[in-house]
Design a protein around this ligand. Structure first.
Ligand SMILES: NC(=O)c1ccc[n+]([C@@H]2O[C@H](COP(=O)([O-])OP(=O)(O)OC[C@H]3O[C@@H](n4cnc5c(N)ncnc54)[C@H](O)[C@@H]3O)[C@@H](O)[C@H]2O)c1
Ligand SMILES: [Zn+2]
Length: 361
């Protein structure tokens, strides 16, 4: 049974995510006083005549979206748009969009007047199921991804599944990768629920989406609450990201983030398996029921070199000590983090991976 809302706490404020069953909340947001509306250009294009029809086009600040625009310059341009609209300390920024919109508008809201009220409406699977909670805002700086940022949660989040029906396939599958990650971290019962819902998720049925998003957020919350500043348990959320980030850099970001995370979970499984922490049977279950179906066949690793992946892992900003860090799922879907993975172990996993999943190489 879907829950109506979810409470979150952080050192900055407590906040709420509300699961909406109709788009009436959009009209309520539009009617509230002292608010400035910022909408992701893609979400605006797809929904201005639909779910977002209650927003007056003359009032909407349409935000250009590309990974290259997740910069301080875009935040500055947005400050200017805010000032044109007479931004005040007591106003509310209401933003609609994906993870990029979240990062740009969240950073802007956290710094303008040292913090103005911010309401966020995530419109992508990744933003709904994962990034909207956890309080992070990040910008890219020069060629560094997510180098600068703030901890600043929205005061309210509204989640409405029908936004997701218009996402393009690569972005949707990228979000699905994070959904699969969180469901594995949630344990066997919740992971098998996801497995059963897969056909409906691929058809993007709103009820199935809502359940998967809710479960993802409940699991994510269970890992970071009480650990907002990235120590201990929260680090386990890096599952799939140790190899995953390195795959992204080694392919010059040709593999979408959430897809790289799925490949990263496959590789982490191979390390766990050779360490004797994951049985053959558990590994087959993870691969066949959860991970392989989450990678569309056209993801290509052409040109990726194992050396470049190892280099990327060495540069992991969360790494401590001399070994490589890998978060892995072990038998019974327990999570563990090893910080002493050797380069040889990582190479062995990469070699097995290249043999079993050639993916264009
Ligand atoms: N702050 C965090 O905690 C956090 C966590 C994970 C990822 N991120 C960031 O999120 C970004 C990726 O976010 P994303 O996957 O949500 O996508 P995105 O923000 O990159 O948007 C992808 C595309 O989808 C379009 N779009 C948005 N909503 C749409 C809709 N409903 N229908 C059709 N098109 C729509 C956008 O205009 C854009 O073209 C990355 O920059 C990543 O670094 C942030
Ligand atoms: Zn991620």
């Amino acid at each position: 049974v879907p829950v109506g809302s979810m409470q979150l706490s952080s050192r900055i404020r407590d906040y709420t995510a509300t699961f909406e069953v109709s788009d009436a909340f959009v009209a309520d947001l539009a009617a509230s006083s002292d608010r400035i509306l910022v909408v992701d250009e893609g979400a605006w294009r797809c929904h201005r005549a639909g779910c977002l029809a209650a927003l007056d086009p003359a009032e909407v600040v349409v935000l250009p979206i590309a990974e290259e625009t997740k910069t301080l310059e875009s935040v500055e341009a947005l400050y200017d748009r805010m000032l044109e609209r007479a931004a005040k300390r007591n106003m509310t920024v209401v933003s609609f969009g994906g993870g990029i919109t979240q990062d740009i508008t969240g950073f802007m809201a956290s710094t303008l007047y040292r913090g103005v009220d911010w309401v966020f409406v995530p419109t992508t699977l990744l933003a709904q199921a994962d990034s909207c909670i956890g309080s992070k805002t990040s910008l890219n700086y020069r060629h560094y991804k997510n180098l600068i940022g703030t901890f600043y949660p929205p005061s309210r989040i509204h989640i409405y599944a029908p936004f997701l029906t218009t996402q393009d396939e690569p972005d949707y599958f990228s979000g699905l990768g994070e959904v699969v990650k969180l469901h594995i971290m949630g344990g066997e019962a919740v992971a098998s629920r996801l497995e059963a819902a897969r056909p409906r998720l691929l058809e993007r049925q709103p009820d199935a989406l809502l359940t998967a998003v809710q479960d993802s957020l409940l699991i994510k919350r269970s890992y970071f609450e009480g650990d907002e500043f990235d120590t201990g348990r929260r680090n386990l959320l890096n599952f799939g990201h140790c190899f995953g980030h390195a795959i992204e850099t080694a392919t010059s970001f040709a593999v979408p983030h959430g897809q790289a995370v799925v490949l990263g979970m496959i590789l982490a499984g191979m390390v766990a398996r050779s360490r004797g922490l994951l049985s053959d049977q558990s590994e087959r279950y993870l691969l066949e029921r959860l991970l392989e179906p989450a990678v569309p066949s056209r993801v290509s690793l052409a040109g990726m070199r194992d050396d470049a992946v190892i280099d990327g892992m060495r540069q992991d900003k969360k790494r401590v000590g001399s070994g490589l860090a890998v978060v892995m799922a072990t038998d019974g879907l327990e999570m563990a983090k090893a910080v002493d993975v050797t380069e040889d172990e990582a190479r062995e996993a990469l070699a097995r991976f290249a043999a079993e999943y050639p993916m264009g190489r």
